[in-house]
Design a protein around this ligand. Structure first.
Ligand SMILES: *Cc1c(COP(=O)(O)O)cnc(C)c1O
Length: 421
């Protein structure tokens, strides 16, 4: 692992330097206007932090094999090398950030072929998209209101949400000062709508658990001239979700950039109707005296997010899916050879729509609780993180690096055999 990290790092430094060189050459050959040479060329060799290629080990930390998915607490996903390369290029010049957001939004809309009345900005994540998106709805372009948030005097103040759609991320909605009005039935929605209603919020992963489904929710909102927001943070794959909710009519749509799209960890997409996106940007960094000022997204992340999206759209998604299945199949074959151990598979309909594997064992054959098993794997070398419930272990393979499935299989077999009852 250490070796891999080291060579990746070299490749990245090499490719960033090479790319910059290629661009300078292109400018000479095609007579493009000369750009000022980067102030600080990417160093070929690092001294001090980073010298070994594993910054985490240098800081005294142990990296983990991530069989749990795109978890922010583990660092989300690993950005593509192309993303790291353009981020390095982006870091070599100053640029007006508001103009960059507008230009990035234009490119994002082109890449996604969004309807003509849609625009986009890069936020520092889906959670930030929820907060600034709602802020823009509440304040419009009124500078006094923008400064005033989260004091909603003079503004609308309520957001309607289904009971089963409540989740920790609605803190970002409440942070604007808005009050959540919780509903269950269609009748509840009709009763809840009043002149103070600012927005109707939909948590896409909860589609199955709410009475009102994704397409009906946006219709209900529009029948009452209320903008509808959809939190689709972890909802790629499938890639088509990136445009389907705009086509469905959702006014604002938030995606994480640092999950399966493999953009910068501190990036996300906010897509939506042009005026709402403009107002979200007015409530965002770099504008000061705004509620969004602390949710800074840098020039590097903005450019990196656009690149990640470009790469994601060009990816062979069927081949990726096949690779994810084959990793799980490999682990399953190895561990199911241990007496008492069985596996099962599933793919969630929405959110983290990737192959998952559950691992069960007969407690009469393996004397270990799932919680103990997860904890021992976490403490093993290399350390492995996966999920556990009272029934067994749960894992997925879309964040694994090549070959890590072999390490996981070997560790699991060793663990089960050493606890044979
Ligand atoms: C991950 C996630 C978020 C937060 O996204 P960030 O990009 O980390 O800000 C919000 N909602 C849901 C459902 C998520 O899964």
């Amino acid at each position: 692992m250490t070796l891999n990290h080291r060579s990746d790092r070299r490749m990245f430094l090499g490719s960033a330097g090479m790319l910059a060189g290629m661009m300078l050459n292109a400018r000479r050959i095609f007579g493009l206007p000369a750009v000022v040479a980067p102030a600080s060329p990417v160093p070929e060799k690092l001294i001090g932090l980073g010298a070994t290629g594993n910054v985490y080990a240098e800081l005294g930390l142990t990296t983990v094999i991530n069989a749990h998915g795109t978890m922010t607490y583990l660092g989300g996903s690993l950005a593509r090398p192309e993303v790291e390369a353009v981020m390095a290029l982006a870091g070599q010049h100053f640029v007006p950030i508001v103009d960059l957001e507008v230009a990035a939004g234009k490119r994002i809309c082109e890449l996604l072929k969004l309807p003509a009345d849609y625009d986009a900005i890069v936020t520092c994540g889906a959670a930030a998209g929820m907060q600034t998106g709602l802020s823009g709805i509440l304040t419009g372009s009124n500078p006094k209101f923008i400064e005033q948030l989260p004091d909603l005097t003079g503004m609308k103040s309520e957001v309607i949400i289904q009971k089963s759609h409540r989740n920790p991320f609605d803190h970002q909605l409440r942070a604007t000062g808005a009050k959540l009005v919780v509903v269950e039935s269609r009748d509840d929605v009709k009763k809840a709508i009043n002149p103070q209603t600012a927005m109707m919020h939909f948590s896409n992963f909860a589609n199955a658990s709410g009475l009102i489904k994704v397409d009906e929710w946006v219709k209900l909102a529009h029948e009452n001239q209320i903008p509808a927001f959809i939190d689709a943070a972890a909802d790629t794959p499938p890639v088509s979700n990136l445009w389907d909710y705009a086509k469905m009519g959702y006014d604002l749509i938030a995606f994480s950039g640092g999950k399966a799209i493999r953009g910068p960890q501190c990036a996300g997409l906010l897509l939506g109707k042009k005026d709402l996106i403009a107002n979200a940007l007015l409530n965002s960094c770099p504008h000061e005296d705004t509620i969004g000022r602390p949710m800074k997204v840098g020039k590097e992340e903005i450019v990196g997010m656009v690149k990640a999206l470009e790469c994601y759209l060009n990816e062979d998604h069927a081949a990726l899916d096949k690779e994810w299945w084959s990793r799980l199949d490999f682990i399953s074959r190895e561990i199911a050879a241990v007496p008492g151990v069985t596996t099962s598979f599933d793919v969630p309909d929405i959110a983290n729509h990737v192959p998952h594997m559950n691992i069960f064992w007969d407690p009469r054959k393996v004397s270990l609780t799932p919680r103990e098993a997860a904890s021992l794997l976490r403490k093993a070398d290399p350390s492995i993180v996966l999920g556990s419930s009272e029934h067994g272990l749960g894992m997925n393979s879309f964040m694994l690096q090549p070959g890590e499935e072999k390490i996981i299989a070997a560790q699991l077999v060793k663990l089960f055999k050493s606890h044979a009852a």
